[in-house]
Design a binder for this molecule. Structure first.
Ligand code: SF4
Length: 345
């Protein structure tokens, strides 16, 4: 079994999610979140930049941005989840454009270091018996002018960690273990993060002792996972971005309710509901039970639709329906109101 930083982190974040993803091998229900989509397109764009550099050429910024937009639209899917509803897809797209532009302007002509590889897969054992296997992908591996290795990682998130947090960060330290296995001359390795939103580069290092301690901790974490029999759900703020949320018992009821409601509304658009209602109303001179029941259902669906969309007029192809509140029957102390549908041709 091969472990990775993200596999270990998933278990620590929520064992139930870990089970769905790595044991039951269930594909995520939510196709993607906008944050991971943005991260992926930005990574692909910077990968393209450095792959071109590896061939001895510099790609112009305009061409790089064209590549970014091309990848964006090629891979965009309306199902991608935007958790922060106040932002649109265009907001994230322009954020990505800014990340690429700032990065490009800061590092051009890209000659401070020599790139060794991009999106390099590392795979190594934590023990001599090869019982504990790790793998990962390094965004970019460079060699500095002074001859030491640099592991570069691009971050598209909105948080800038402290130096103290980075000095304890596990992801790039795991990659450092991998680089040491892959490149025997890699004695001196620097960890470099590019926090693109802040156009900031932060660095850290790990001693051999720290890497050896990390290796033991990873072995212990893997042992914990392999001996686990229970996978409890661990709700947290991160659930908002969890791609298994629709099938997580913690939240699935929300999706069932919404799905049921949306199915009712979205089976037909407002226009379709109006067209159908008017057609039956006009064609059925003598109402039979079926048409009566369908009209009643349509009436209800139109009222639900109007309420949800906050409309008092819904347009069909040739006519519209007005939602009118009408006083109805009065008792001694109160009157009631009923919403009725008026066809306006
Ligand atoms: S929604 Fe939350 S509790 Fe459920 S699987 Fe995802 S992370 Fe775990």
């Amino acid at each position: 079994m091969q472990y990775s930083y993200s596999r270990l982190s998933t278990f620590e974040q929520c064992p139930f999610k870990y089970k769905l993803k790595y044991i039951d091998n269930i594909d995520p229900i939510i196709k993607d979140t906008i944050e991971t989509f943005l991260g992926s397109i930005v990574h692909q764009t910077l990968e393209q930049l450095y792959k071109t550099l590896l061939t001895g050429y510099i790609i112009f910024l305009d061409n790089l941005l064209t590549f970014f937009y091309h990848k964006w639209y090629e891979q965009w899917d309306d199902e991608i989840l935007i958790v922060k509803k106040k932002y649109s897809m265009q907001h994230y797209q322009s954020r990505g454009k800014q990340f690429i532009t700032d990065y490009y302007n800061q590092y051009t002509p890209f000659n401070k270091t020599k790139t060794i590889s991009v999106e390099d897969r590392i795979s190594f054992s934590l023990d001599d018996e090869k019982n504990y296997q790790m793998q990962g992908y390094i965004d970019r591996l460079d060699e500095s002018k002074s001859g030491h290795y640099e592991i570069h990682d691009y971050k598209t998130g909105s948080k800038l960690p402290s130096q103290n947090q980075l000095d304890k960060d596990r992801q790039l330290a795991i990659y450092a273990l991998g680089v040491k296995h892959k490149y025997p001359d890699a004695n001196d390795i620097e960890l470099v993060w590019h926090f693109l939103k802040f156009n900031k580069e932060l660095r850290s290092k790990r001693s051999d002792q720290q890497l050896s301690t990390l290796s033991s901790q990873l072995i212990s974490s893997i042992d914990t996972i392999e001996n686990t029999k229970k996978y409890p759900r661990t709700p947290s703020l991160l659930c908002h971005w969890c791609r298994y949320k629709p099938i997580c018992p913690q939240y699935s009821h929300l999706y069932q309710i919404r799905e049921h409601r949306e199915n009712r509304y979205h089976k037909r658009t407002g226009k379709q509901l109006v067209d159908r209602y008017i057609m039956i109303k006009k064609q059925t001179n003598q109402q039979n039970l079926d048409s009566f029941l369908e009209l009643e259902q349509l009436k209800k669906d139109i009222l639900d639709y109007a309420k949800r969309e906050q409309l008092d007029v819904i347009y069909g192809t040739h006519s519209k329906i007005l939602i009118v509140k009408k006083k109805q029957g009065s008792t001694e102390d109160k009157e009631t109101q009923k919403e009725i549908l008026l066809i306006d041709d």
